[in-house]
Every structure is written in structure tokens, then in C-alpha cells.
Design a protein around this ligand. Structure first.
Ligand SMILES: Nc1ncnc2c1ncn2[C@@H]1O[C@H](COP(=O)(O)OP(=O)(O)OP(=O)(O)O)[C@@H](O)[C@H]1O
Length: 269
């Protein structure tokens, strides 16, 4: 790890989200041990170990086809993990690149999907307020912008109070300004809810801006990881330095990990 990253003090902003009690050593929310996934003869992930602590914000980078979505789908329970040692919390939620709203259900009903009880509209309303869309409760999904639809998808995830929030390139389809606003929103929601986050992204800048820890998946394993022990507000000057390092690992030149020339694996972690 870069010495500058290692020795800069952690500030309050960089500490885990507030729902945690620092005195109680918490169990990890995710524990994968020697996890392997094959599709036919092709091994996508091999012998991968991964632990995520409560309240931790982890970004997962990797070239196209490196298995990021496969790993995320396993953690979401959407892919089989037969015979594997996989520990994930029951309370988990996923947000994909596209919002996947049901167009025939009003916005609040999309958020409340699967919830039970007399107060589900109020719960959906609360979640929609959190993402700044309290006024679009009765709107139809097709009347929303792309950014608004992703906010609804976030509300739908958070209304379930997940211990683990899985984000699969959630901002990739948004314009640059909307993406920056969504970064601020996700950080605010993460702090308010105290859940652990695993975010798949191709965007090194996004990973540096948001995460406590960045993992690079390559060759079916975690090829590198970086911990960022400084406040998010103070990261701008580090971005270039860290970006160069991560792009070196990914073998890229333009900030998008899927546009890169093959590069030898970095040292394991
Ligand atoms: N259901 C499946 N059947 C067969 N092969 C699959 C299946 N799902 C994924 N794969 C293969 O596994 C590999 C990893 O796919 P995955 O979608 O996890 O990669 P990724 O890192 O998320 O890629 P991208 O960045 O392009 O989204 C790819 O080669 C893909 O073709």
C-alpha cells in the first residue's frame, strides 16, 4: 500500500457508518472462503476469499468478464453457491445498472414490492423522501428520468433495511452530473443506514471517491486491494495517484477498466 495512504489519519468522515458500536467487535457481514464458480469448463472465480465488515463500503473493480457480476450475484443469492462456504446476511438488497421498475405499478408500489403490513405506503414514502422523491409517490415509472428511476431503485433497496447493499454499476448509465449527485446521495444513505456496501464499478474515480476499500478482481481472484484511510472530502488530490496505481494493476490508460490491454497479475493479497 502507498505510504501516504497508510499514514494519513482517519477522520470522522472516514469512520464506519454510525449504526456501528465501536466497542463490540462485529461479525463480518460477508465471508467467502475458497469460493469457486465455473460455467461448464470455464472457471470464472477460483478459490476466492472475501470478508466484508458491517458498515464497510467496498468497491469492486475488474476488467470486463473478470467475474464481478458473478460474484455480486452469488452474494445476492441470485446465483448458485452449492457446497461453498458463503456467509451473507438475510437482509440484503441489490441495485442494478437499470432500475428494473415495473411500469404498471406506481412508484410507491415499486418501492413497497414484497413488503407486508398496513403501513407499507408510509414506509415507501419515507424511503422515497430519503432519496428526494417524496413528491413522486403516485407517479408512473415511465414518467421518471434515468436518475430518478435509479433513486427509486435505491429507495426500494433501502426500505428493506439491508445489512448488505449490493450495487452493480448503478450509475454507469447516468450523465456525469447526475452521477456525481448520486455519489453524494449514496454516501448520505450509507451513513444514515449503516449498511455494508459492495459496489461493482468500471470507474476508478468512482471507486476512489466512495469506497473504504477497493478490490481488483482479475484471473478469478482478488489480484489487489487498497484501503483508503482518509476522509472522502480530502481525496481529490489522491485521486490521480491512486488512479494511476489502480490503472497500472488493471493495465489501462483511460480510467475504464474494461478498455485495457492484458497485463500481468499484481501480487496477491
Ligand atoms: N450464466 C452463465 N453461463 C455461462 N457463462 C457465464 C454466465 N454468467 C457469466 N458467464 C461468464 O462468466 C464470465 C464473467 O462474467 P461476469 O458477468 O461476472 O463478468 P463481469 O466482470 O461482471 O463483466 P462486465 O464488466 O463486462 O459486466 C464471463 O466470461 C461470462 O461470459
Amino acid at each position: 500500500m502507498d505510504a501516504r495512504l497508510q499514514f494519513l489519519p482517519r477522520t470522522a468522515e472516514a469512520l464506519p457508518a454510525p449504526a456501528l458500536t465501536p466497542s463490540a467487535p462485529a461479525e463480518p457481514v460477508v465471508r467467502l472462503s475458497r469460493f469457486t464458480r465455473r460455467f461448464g469448463d470455464v472457471t470464472v472465480i477460483e478459490g476466492l476469499d472475501l470478508t466484508i465488515q458491517p458498515g464497510e463500503f467496498v468497491a469492486l473493480l475488474g476488467r470486463s468478464g473478470s467475474g464481478k457480476t458473478t460474484l455480486l450475484r452469488t452474494l445476492a443469492g441470485l446465483d448458485e453457491a452449492t457446497g461453498q462456504d458463503v456467509t451473507v446476511p438475510q437482509a440484503r438488497a441489490v441495485v442494478f445498472q437499470d432500475a428494473r421498475l415495473l411500469p404498471w405499478k406506481k412508484v410507491w408500489r415499486n418501492v413497497a414490492l414484497g413488503l407486508k403490513g398496513p403501513d407499507i405506503r408510509a414506509r415507501a414514502q419515507h424511503a422515497l423522501r430519503e432519496v428526494g422523491l417524496g413528491h413522486r409517490l403516485d407517479a408512473w415509472p415511465l414518467t421518471l428520468s434515468g436518475g430518478e428511476a435509479q433513486r427509486v431503485a435505491l429507495a426500494r433497496a433501502l426500505v428493506r433495511e439491508p445489512q448488505l447493499l449490493l450495487l452493480d454499476e448503478p450509475f454507469a448509465a447516468l450523465d456525469a452530473l447526475t452521477r456525481l449527485r448520486m455519489h453524494e446521495l449514496v454516501l448520505a444513505l450509507w451513513r444514515a443506514h449503516g449498511c455494508a456496501v459492495l459496489m461493482v464499478t468500471h470507474d476508478v474515480d468512482e471507486a476512489v471517491a466512495l469506497a473504504d476499500r477497493i478490490l481488483v478482481l482479475d484471473g478469478g481472484r482478488i489480484a489487489a486491494q487498497e484501503r483508503i484511510g482518509i476522509a472522502r472530502g480530502a481525496r481529490a488530490e489522491l485521486t490521480l495517484q491512486l488512479k494511476e496505481k489502480l490503472l497500472g494493476i488493471l493495465g489501462g490508460t483511460d480510467g475504464r477498466a474494461d478498455h485495457v490491454i492484458p497485463f500481468p497479475h499484481a501480487a496477491g493479497v
